[in-house]
Design a protein around this ligand. Structure first.
Ligand code: PEP
Ligand code: MG
Length: 757
């Protein structure tokens, strides 16, 4: 393709750049040569390279045409001038009359006032901004599309040079190129702990090293062939019977198919290759733009689609480069910190736990399943870290702070040692909690509290002994189903339930029957398209409509508990009839087992979870039927505030430590007392010491928490004067008209009474 105004076109330029890149000259000399070449090739009077520094300003590193004295002297503040604008927008800027643009900023030392036209393109690598490449001419002219494309291609070569670290030698301390800059990101703390280690990307980026084509026609052919193979592989995936069943996975594949046939995308890829890039570099060039757009896109739907396009480009790159050049999946460093956009619990379990120190997710909320598994495994986890997977490079040093929700990528040495101290301090604290392990949880005024733990996987079981939990208050049976590739067989279910009862020894275990649907999707089971899955066909509703599934599970539980105590509860009970029908299924299974001469559980307790607000107004009725109640505060709170627990925008908007929730919980406690039936709470609420203190003040005496919370909550119990706490909470429940938010009052109480929360 002929490029107007360019001498020899971009292909010639790229070839010459390759030669310069290989020359044994200093970094500055290389840069100087590059700008001369670009200026000549583009018939531009000026070509300048600005490099983004760690302090977010842009420094002139080389120029042909502007005053040489300005090199390393001219520094633009973030967003300053046209160059700053290109960097902040991550898009080319093409102006025939630069000086009339409102963002134009005059730098007298450069002598650029005589140049009117301006073309600036971002220097991007994997969508990350590294600098700005500019050409300028005296004449008022608009650069052509081809010229913009050519300059962007050239910028890729510069990006490689910057990313290689070669320019660091030219920088003053504190003003190094931003490429390896430390990144501090505030996300959301999801699983407690601190992880210091090295980045392992869950979906490794394919890094293209071979940028410049030897033979463009050959590269175009390679690209076309790879696109054909990609399309065919997507068709094959879509024909897969499992995918045919529908669900989110299918939607993603449909999006892939759409993009893989998108003429605009393919045209861009071909165009990039035609400027002289290899097929893979062409894909990366276009992908880099996609990533840059993705990082600035705030609309979640569009972001999601750009992610799909990015994934597709990755597939295409793999097609082109072949699997050999990808990093080995199993070569985990000793101290791996996984960085992912999102991942399934099964994928997390694939990694060697003993080498995992932390997990960083771009998505992920406290109740998402990968987080539940991460918690069970005791992996420090931070979520909602924007662009984490794009910012991190494999093997980068990283710190995950699961206490504060922070991620520090490539931290400065001072920070690393501060965190090493923090880790030591935590270890000391953990040792103190471990000392409490065999001590019963008794308040200062002599009230015994039962601290049970939540579990759901085999990996949880050692925690019973390690934490000294009084039992398992919530065993989420659906987790086994969620992390499996296919529906667990009856024998597998039975084996797990037996192991759970064995691990708990004589301590009580409460199994919750399958709680699937809603956000708990089984990849191998048909899921319905529902407008509001959280309010949809899920948990006990689904189980009652598909009784075979529930009956098999109940049978497994009854078998496993032969001769022992069995405690069962049903999730999401909204009306008493659901409880009655579920209990009836248990009766039928008991009859069946009895008839066939099987040994039955010694005792059987059947309870209901209180997680649907309607049940709050039918407490007498449900307590007339159930042997016990357990409040699922995660769901109860989401439904009370009508705020999706999995949606980060709203999930933390309302404080459960507020009058309406506390009154609802108090009503459950009172009803339990009236009916002389045990009432417990097993949502995440119980896992935080201040919240747990509040629950005790409301009258709960049994809480089920995540294993890691047992130590801190027990320490709180041991330091609590419960009678004083009960007295303090009374006026709040009675609407005392306090000015302060409830949380503040509770925290003040804890501080005043020296309760460790
Ligand atoms: C709850 O809703 O509080 C609960 C314990 O159940 P899950 O988190 O599994 O929905
Ligand atoms: Mg629930």
């Amino acid at each position: 393709m002929a490029v107007r105004g360019a001498l020899g076109g971009p292909r010639v330029l790229l070839r010459r750049l390759r030669e310069v890149m290989a020359e044994p000259v200093s970094a500055q000399e290389r840069l100087d040569k590059i700008v001369v070449m670009i200026a000549a090739n583009m018939v531009a009077e000026v070509c300048s390279v600005y490099v983004l520094r760690v302090d977010a300003s842009l420094e002139l590193y080389a120029t042909e045409g502007l005053s040489k004295d300005a090199v390393h002297m001219t520094v633009l503040k973030p967003g300053e001038g046209l160059v700053g604008l290109v960097a902040s927008e991550a898009e080319p800027l093409n102006l025939p009359d630069a000086q009339s643009h409102p963002a134009f900023s005059y730098k007298p030392e450069t002598g650029e006032e005589i140049y009117h036209s301006f073309l600036g393109v971002p220097v991007l690598r994997a969508g990350i901004m590294l600098g700005v490449l500019v050409v300028q001419n005296r004449a008022h002219r608009t650069y052509s599309e081809e010229e913009i494309e050519a300059l962007q291609t050239t910028a890729m070569v510069l990006a490689e040079m910057i990313a290689s670290g070669e320019l660091s030698a030219l920088a003053r301390p504190g003003a190094e190129p931003a490429v390896r800059r430390p990144v501090h990101a505030q996300g959301v703390a999801l699983a407690d702990g601190i992880g210091l280690g090295r980045v392992v990307l869950y979906e490794p980026r394919v890094m293209v090293r071979n940028l410049i084509a030897e033979d463009v026609q050959k590269e175009l052919k390679r690209l076309d062939e790879a696109v054909d193979t990609l399309r065919a592989s997507i068709d094959v995936m879509l024909e897969d019977e499992n995918v045919q069943r529908g669900g989110e996975h299918r939607d993603v594949l449909e999006a892939y198919r759409m993009f893989a046939h998108d003429r605009g995308w393919l045209h861009k890829l071909r165009e990039a290759v035609m400027t002289g890039l290899t097929a893979e570099a062409g894909v990366e060039r276009v992908q880099s733009d996609t990533r840059a757009r993705m990082q600035r896109q705030v609309d979640p739907y569009l972001r999601e689609r750009l992610h799909d396009l990015d994934d597709l480009a990755n597939r295409l790159l793999r097609e082109l480069i072949g699997p050999d050049q990808l990093p080995a999946k199993n070569a985990l460093p000793e101290n791996a910190v996984l960085v992912a956009r999102n991942m399934s619990p099964a994928a997390l379990l694939d990694y060697d736990r003993s080498r995992l120190r932390g997990l960083v997710l771009e998505e992920g909320t406290a109740t998402s399943h990968v987080v539940i598994v991460a918690k069970a495994l005791g992996i420090a986890t931070v979520g909602q870290v924007e662009n984490a997977a794009s910012l991190a490079d494999p093997n980068d040093p990283i710190i995950v702070d699961g206490e504060t929700g922070e991620m520090h990528l490539r931290p400065l040495p001072g920070l690393e040692s501060a965190y090493a101290d923090k880790v030591r301090l935590r270890a000391r604290k953990q040792a103190q909690y471990a000392e409490l392990r065999d001590q019963p949880a008794v308040t200062k005024d002599g009230q015994r509290v039962n601290l049970l733990m939540n579990a759901g996987l085999l990996v949880d079981l050692p925690h019973v002994a390690q934490t000294g939990a009084d039992g398992i208050g919530l065993f989420r049976t659906e987790l086994q189903f969620m992390v499996a590739a296919t529906l667990p067989r009856t024998s597998e279910q039975l084996r797990l339930y037996r192991s759970v009862l064995d691990a708990a020894a004589s301590k009580p275990v409460t199994f919750r029957t399958l709680d699937i649907g809603g956000d708990k999707v089984l990849p191998y089971m048909r899921s319905l398209e529902e407008e509001n899955p959280a309010l949809g066909w899920r948990a006990i509703r689904l189980a009652l409509d598909r009784p075979a599934l529930l009956r098999i599970q109940i049978r497994g539980l009854l078998h496993a508990a032969a001769g022992r105590e069995l405690r069962l509860m049903f999730p999401m009970v909204a009306v008493t009839d659901e409880f009655d029908r579920s209990k009836e299924l248990v009766e039928q299974e008991l009859t069946h087992l009895r008839r066939h001469g099987h040994r039955l559980p010694e005792t059987l307790h059947i309870g209901a979870m209180v997680e649907v607000p309607a049940l709050l107004f039918a407490l007498d009725e449900i307590l007339n039927r159930a042997d016990f109640l357990s409040v699922g505060s995660n769901d109860l709170v989401q439904f009370m505030f009508a705020a999706d627990r999995g949606n980060a925008r709203v999930s933390n908007r309302f404080d459960p430590l507020s009058e309406p929730v506390l009154r609802a919980l108090k009503a459950v406690v009172e009803a339990g007392k009236k009916h002389k039936k045990p009432v417990t709470l097993c949502g995440e609420l119980a896992s935080r010491p201040l919240e747990a203190m509040t629950l005790l003040a409301l009258g709960f005496r049994t809480l089920s928490l995540s294993p890691a919370a047992i130590g801190p909550v027990k320490a709180m119990v041991l330091g609590l004067d419960l009678a004083a706490a009960e007295k303090m909470i009374e006026p709040i429940l009675n609407g005392g008209g306090a000015k302060e938010p409830v949380r503040v009052l509770l925290a003040e109480f804890a501080a005043k009474h020296g309760v460790p929360v």
